[in-house]
Design a protein around this ligand. Structure first.
Ligand code: ATR
Length: 270
């Protein structure tokens, strides 16, 4: 029987996950069906239960349900436990629901594929919302020299950093506390959506620095365009999207798809 998977979101029509997983399935010879399901805002758990009752074996979870998904899980990966959010649900043989978050490992793998070394680097992360919380554990485990989280609301960055201090050198503050330069700057704010740019000093980057935006599009985001003008190498989050999907696929099917051709096709389609 064909195993069923889906991505839950609201809205979800724009999601690229069905195309990505269809490509992974074709490449690996796995017979899976993968749909996009718009879950009701007030009953995510009901949507997951209904999907399981219809033969669902696992799911991806996107905005705004990652915390709802976290709450319904019977067991969690340590990284999901720390993130307080889940983007991958797996139905166990015992009928229990296991939750993981693959966003952070997706980011780290995408940086690796771009040849960006993390160990020993000074990293600045912009933003202190759910998206940033989800990437911090894998980022810190890559042993950077330091991580500074800067956020419009400084206290949120301070609190977030405090939750991760056991994993290494991390601190948080407001944008005014940012004094560079940095080797890697990761934008995890949603400011680009509004065409906004966090207030940042001009001398943010070392020569040869990397600027990474967790968002992506046909053109450079406002942040990446600003960074490229200051000499940094701009990388958008499309690769992270494909890598987090590949890690979810691995959780379900125990096969690692080759992400490069899938990313290339997706880039073409933007
Ligand atoms: P997500 O799940 O995408 O992280 P979120 O939890 O709402 O969403 O967090 C959004 C992040 O983008 C926050 O860090 C937010 O800053 P505040 O904590 O001060 O609200 C940041 N953000 C959103 N719009 C911004 C803007 N115009 N300028 C700077 N930061 C912005």
């Amino acid at each position: 029987m064909t195993d069923r998977y889906c991505v839950f979101g609201h809205p979800v029509g724009h999601s690229k996950s069905p195309a990505i997983h269809a490509a992974f399935a074709k490449q690996t010879g796995e017979a899976i069906d993968y749909a996009a399901i718009e879950a009701p805002l007030d009953d995510f758990a009901g949507a997951w239960r209904a999907f399981v009752a219809e033969g669902g074996a696992g799911a991806n979870v996107t905005v705004p349900f990652k915390e709802d998904a976290f709450r319904l899980c019977d067991t969690l990966s340590p990284r999901a436990q720390r993130a307080g959010a889940v983007n991958t649900l797996v139905l166990g043989a015992n009928g229990q629901t296991y939750g993981d978050t693959t966003d952070g490992v997706g980011l780290v793998r995408d940086l690796e594929h771009h040849g960006v070394e993390l160990a020993g680097m000074r990293i600045l992360v912009l933003g202190a919302g759910g998206a940033v919380r989800g990437i911090l554990e894998p980022l810190l485990k890559a042993e950077p020299a330091s991580v500074l989280i800067a956020n419009r609301t400084a206290e949120k960055a301070e609190r977030l950093a405090a939750d991760f201090t056991d994993l290494g050198g991390i601190r948080g503050g407001g944008f005014e506390a940012v004094t560079g330069p940095f080797d890697i700057v990761i934008n995890g704010t949603s400011a680009s959506l509004a065409g906004d740019l966090p207030p940042l000093p001009d001398d943010l980057f070392v020569p040869g620095a990397t600027a990474y935006d967790m968002m992506y599009g046909a053109e450079l985001t406002v942040f990446l365009a600003w960074a490229a003008e200051r000499g940094a190498r701009p990388i958008d989050g499309l690769g992270m999207l494909v890598e987090q999907a590949a890690e979810s696929f691995f959780q379900w099917r125990h096969k690692h798809p080759d992400t490069a051709p899938v990313l290339a096709a997706l880039r073409q389609s933007l």
